[in-house]
Design a binder for this molecule. Structure first.
Ligand code: URA
Length: 221
């Protein structure tokens, strides 16, 4: 690593400091460390589980089928990925896409917390059980928490099912599509609260979904 990652003030500095990380065995098998993508000053951050095959190849999170679905879900509430920030709990791909181990999570999540400190989002959407349990420090599963707006330590959280899980289990897909509409309502409620508290209106403003982004089109998946 070049420089102390704890001192990083920008995402670029953090990436430079950790891109050759070997703190766990995933450093031996990955092709690319996958830090994050999107607006480094975003108010809304999405946190998934870990890079998969495509992400490991490209060094960018959520670029495979789950990522394409996430893009459609974002579009359904008038957002593009360039307007939010997207990261994962683990920065390196576990072989065969197995679940992250507790040791890997413990080793890697300080990087995620540093990322959150730099980006300073107002709302974090946790995608799936690993991100939800890690960030909300809860043992309650995503099945209980999905779609709810929760406040912890000055931050708002909305746990959501993981897009990959929704692609594999069709009943979850419609739940996730509906939860994104609830997310839109939560965002509007939070923005009204920020305005009441006299804070500047954060960007990006929600746009009306483009016609091609209507949720009905997600039936293609
Ligand atoms: N699944 C994740 O959790 N993260 C990715 O980046 C891709 C798939």
């Amino acid at each position: 690593m070049s420089g102390d990652w704890r001192e990083a003030a920008t995402i670029g500095e953090l990436y430079e400091a950790i891109k050759d990380c070997r703190r766990c065995s995933l450093g031996q098998t990955r092709n690319n460390l996958v830090l994050g993508t999107g607006d480094e000053h975003a108010d809304i951050m999405f946190v998934g589980e870990a890079p998969g095959f495509h992400e490991d190849r490209q060094g960018i999170p959520f670029v495979g089928p789950a990522g394409q679905f996430l893009d459609q879900l974002l579009a359904s509430i008038g957002l593009r990925r360039s307007q939010v920030y997207i990261a994962n709990t683990l920065k390196c791909r576990p072989p065969d896409n197995r679940d992250p181990s507790p040791e890997e999570l413990e080793t890697c999540t300080p990087y995620l917390f540093k990322q959150i400190e730099i980006i300073a989002p107002r709302i974090i959407c946790t995608l799936g059980n690993h991100a939800t349990k890690t960030l909300l420090k809860t043992s309650t599963g995503i099945t209980q928490l999905h779609g709810k707006l929760l406040h912890r330590d000055g931050l708002a959280y909305v746990p959501l099912f993981h897009p990959a899980a929704a692609l594999h289990k069709p009943p979850l897909k419609s739940v996730l599509i509906e939860d994104f509409q609830r997310l839109r309502e939560h965002l509007e409620a939070e923005r009204a609260r920020w305005r009441r508290e006299g804070e500047p209106e954060p960007e990006p403003a929600l746009e009306s979904p483009a016609e091609s982004d209507e949720p009905e089109q997600m039936g293609l998946f």
